[in-house]
Design a protein around this ligand. Structure first.
Ligand code: HEC
Length: 146
């Protein structure tokens, strides 16, 4: 994992929309259901994010961001996204040390994490999808997560 994440020396090229691989509709469907059950409470029913998600709250923590085209989830590679979901995440500048994005590695299988991310990809513009495909070229989903 570490080696994959440090191999970031490539320059991302925005691909034409027709070069972006299409998403498996069964994965998207189960990913949407997982999203509704485990993610929507914080990230919003339509992945619109928490209100005022760009501003730190009274605890000095960043609220849950959107996963749609308004957010920045599409900037992360498949490897990074699955790591954030399985191990949890906090903004390094948060005033607290807790993981504001909870770890789902004991709740969801690697395959379920992959499908929920597939659902998020349906919310991005073709340009964002193309960027994320390039980002993931050398940083794909882990083949064996545990
Ligand atoms: C308890 C609330 C909560 C739940 C439930 C939750 N998240 Fe999060 N998530 C957050 C917060 C808060 C952040 C922002 C962390 C930060 O940057 O400080 C975040 C960040 C993320 C990020 C990084 C986003 C980015 O654009 O950089 C991803 C990806 C993510 N969440 C996916 C998910 C998925 C998928 C689920 C469901 C399996 C989920 N989250 C469930 C609160 C939550």
């Amino acid at each position: 994992m570490g080696a994959m994440l440090t191999a970031a020396s490539h320059v991302a090229i925005v691909r034409a929309a027709d070069e972006v691989p299409s998403l498996d509709s069964e994965s998207v469907k189960s990913g949407r259901a997982i999203y509704g059950q485990y993610c929507a409470s914080c990230h919003g029913a339509n992945a619109q994010g928490a209100p005022d998600w760009q501003e730190r709250d009274e605890r000095g923590e960043l609220p849950a961001p959107p996963h749609n085209a308004e957010g920045h989830t599409w900037r992360h590679s498949d490897a990074m996204l699955s790591e954030m979901v399985s191990k949890g995440w906090r903004d390094p500048f948060n005033k607290t040390k807790r993981l504001t994005m909870p770890a789902f590695g004991d709740v969801l299988s690697a395959e379920q994490i992959r499908t929920v991310i597939a659902y998020l990809k349906t919310l991005w513009t073709p340009e964002q999808r193309g960027f994320q495909v390039e980002e993931s070229r050398n940083q794909p989903f882990p083949h064996q997560m545990r």
